[in-house]
Ligand binder design. Sequence first.
Ligand code: FAD
Length: 381
Amino acid sequence: MQTTKRVAVIGGGVIGASTAFYLSQAPSTEVTLFDEGTGQATSAAAGIISPWLSRRRNKRWYRLVKTGAAFYPTFIKDIGQDPSNSAIYQKTGTLLFKSKPEYLDELMEIGLKRREDAPEIGELHILSPDEIRQYIPIYEGQASALYASGGARVDGGKLVDHLQNTLEERGVSIHRTQAGIQKGASGRYAVSDAAGTQEFDAVVLAVGAWLPQLLKPFGYDVDVRPQKGQLAQLTLPISETADWPVVMPEGEKDIIPFADGKVVIGATHENDMGYDLSIDETLLRPMIEEAAEGFSSLFKEASHIAYRSGTRAYTSDYSPFFGEIPGNPGLYTASGMGSTGMTAGPLVGKILAQLILGEAADLPLEDYPVDRYVTPLDTLQ
Ligand SMILES: Cc1cc2nc3c(=O)[nH]c(=O)nc-3n(C[C@H](O)[C@H](O)[C@H](O)COP(=O)(O)OP(=O)(O)OC[C@H]3O[C@@H](n4cnc5c(N)ncnc54)[C@H](O)[C@@H]3O)c2cc1C
């Protein structure tokens, strides 16, 4: 008779919720999810899925986000949504602006080369201002942009709500509390929260920027630091915004349109604010004003402005990591996703589930080594 494996997933952002989702499909697995939720990057995220035209030279990172972006339609289908018509995810295309026209030509060249092994980039065209207006009628700027039809946007808040609801329907117990971990009896792990302590055969630490807090009492130093991100959500006095492409000017102020006039603008990248989540309008107001340049006064007539903030997780070399923590069979983690964790998150969640279920992982784990960022305290100088 097959024995049931008890698995705890700590952290219910995109990675933890996706891991729990894939584990909950396995009949031999009983999953419990712990998610405190404060500062969660996933529900704060801008949600741009468009990694192909980045100038970052980190090949392992690129492979992760490229594969993560390609995996999205399958993931959306797996979670019971229609990838071509979902409030959670939509392939709307992206428009990339550059300060000089010749930079657009360079970007086009990069795009065409990368498309050879990433056909999901889709069509690539340099669009004139008039052509941009066919996609976004309120565009009044004079700049051209590179259009990539494969770009998408995802609503992180809706995604985790949907995943957590599905998990509850499948009988997964969700504790919306802070949890801690200790070594339990005979190689198992003890997870404690306000409701008590339970032992598990395997534990996944998908706690983003909070990994140091969980692993320090467990005897590890963790090279992960928090980065604050703030953004604004405007409601424009028009409703036909659902199909607009994501607008990516140079710098921080991306514009991510959603349905019913909702437009997200952001986000800040603040390295010296720790886990602070307060809203700083002195940063956000100029961001909205700058983003509005080139668009009609409709931006200034937004009926509602809401702000939100969240905490990203960064490593000192900006590389992500995931897998089993060496020396701790059954203890898994993923963190350091930086600004592209919405892109990589579902794939990383699936890979963590594959490891726990003893299946082959979709990417080579040695490219994302946990032990480079999670080091036993007693080996430190
Ligand atoms: C403003 C902003 C904009 C972004 N835009 C994009 C984008 O456009 N595209 C993109 O690809 N990525 C983007 N990102 C990055 C992306 O959101 C993150 O990389 C990704 O969401 C990280 O997911 P995660 O599951 O690792 O962590 P999180 O989403 O942070 O989830 C971790 C969860 O663990 C919980 N937790 C922590 N400690 C404990 C504990 N002890 N017990 C119980 N629960 C605990 C937290 O409360 C949280 O809910 C953005 C991030 C921010 C902040």
